[in-house]
Design a protein around this ligand. Structure first.
Ligand SMILES: [Zn+2]
Length: 326
């Protein structure tokens, strides 16, 4: 996400009347629909959004940042003729939750399911990012795209009603969302203070949020060791398909390669190796996940995360403990 630079058709058959519902093939067996997030060079990214069908409507996991992304979700629901019954935010980064308000303007009944980690972000992360954005605008050096992203961010963090969960998740368990059971998992101190990821047993799909970002893990608010542990818990599920927070869906094998690259990056960061060696190590180990032409930009991200987060005791102090006001 890089805050610093602003930084699935119809509703399933209702249970109807006296006739028993056919239990055999559940419509849940249909794979979730991915609305891919963009990662342009001149703006903040949009996270991937995933749409699942449920008896009482659609479940949307992550809502993007930019209206052009969120509007695709609304258009999907209108075309499907099904209301968006629930939003799940995997974490509070605005490229995953910034679209909540626009989506709920179209579907006011949509509940917001998330951990309470956003409460800490509202006092300990967003204000700092906001000040940085204001300073960038005041400097006269912001591009029109940056100004637009900064203004979108401000509007989102001022609208807490559309960021705070209406249904807070505090522990890992199977919950009913709009009539559909889903396994939700809470990962403490990972990409954020408490990330939420989903295992959908019906389709053997993991929806990972930013615990997996194909090109490079976005460590903006990351706690390395909690994150490493969360990847181990994902690996322990019998998934056949994993949808990352950014990038293409992964097979088990692809995820295993990505995870090995992640572990190697953390190990390198903890070693005396030169930063350049760690950055080159990620580029090589994660080469299959980095689009051709994007290598230099990814090197810049990796260098930043290595210096400012992975090797920073103060970042560890900040992000491996509950966020607080600064
Ligand atoms: Zn993201």
């Amino acid at each position: 996400m890089i805050e610093r630079t602003l930084a699935v058709a119809a509703v399933l058959v209702a249970c109807g009347g006296s006739r028993p519902a056919a239990p055999a093939r559940s419509a849940y067996d249909v794979e979730p629909t991915l609305i891919a997030g963009a990662f342009p060079t001149d703006r903040g990214p949009d996270g991937n959004s995933i749409i699942l069908r449920a008896p009482r409507g659609l479940i949307v996991v992550d809502t993007g940042r930019h209206p052009v992304h969120t509007d695709k979700l609304v258009a999907f629901a209108r075309h499907a003729g099904a209301p968006i019954a629930a939003i799940v935010n995997t974490h509070w980064h605005l490229d995953h939750s910034g679209g909540n308000a626009r989506l709920r303007a179209a579907y006011p009944g949509a509940e917001i399911i998330a951990t309470r980690a956003v409460e800490g972000a509202l006092v300990g992360f967003f204000p700092k990012g906001r000040a940085q954005g204001d300073a960038l605008i005041a400097s006269g050096k912001a591009t029109p795209q940056q100004i637009e992203d900064i203004q979108l961010g401000r509007a989102a963090i001022d609208d807490t009603r559309n960021l705070l969960p209406t249904r807070p998740i505090t522990a890992s368990h199977t919950i009913d969302i709009a009539g559909r059971p889903l396994d939700v998992h809470v990962a403490p101190f990972a990409a954020t203070e408490a990330d939420l990821w989903i295992y959908d047993a019906a389709t053997r799909t993991v929806i990972a949020g930013d615990l997996v970002v194909a090109e490079v893990p976005f460590f903006d608010s990351g706690c390395p060791e909690g994150w490493r542990a969360a990847l181990g818990e994902i690996a322990a599920t019998p998934f056949v398909r994993l949808i990352p927070g950014h990038g293409e869906p992964m097979t088990r094998e692809a995820f295993a390669r990505w995870r090995a690259a992640f572990d190697a990056l953390l190990d390198c960061a903890a070693s005396p190796a030169d930063a350049a060696a760690c950055v080159a190590g990620w580029r090589t180990a994660a080469a299959a996940f980095i689009p051709t032409g994007d290598e230099d930009r990814i090197d810049q991200y990796t260098t930043y995360y290595l210096t400012e987060i992975l090797r920073s005791p103060s970042a560890h102090e900040r992000f491996c403990h509950p966020l607080r006001a600064e």
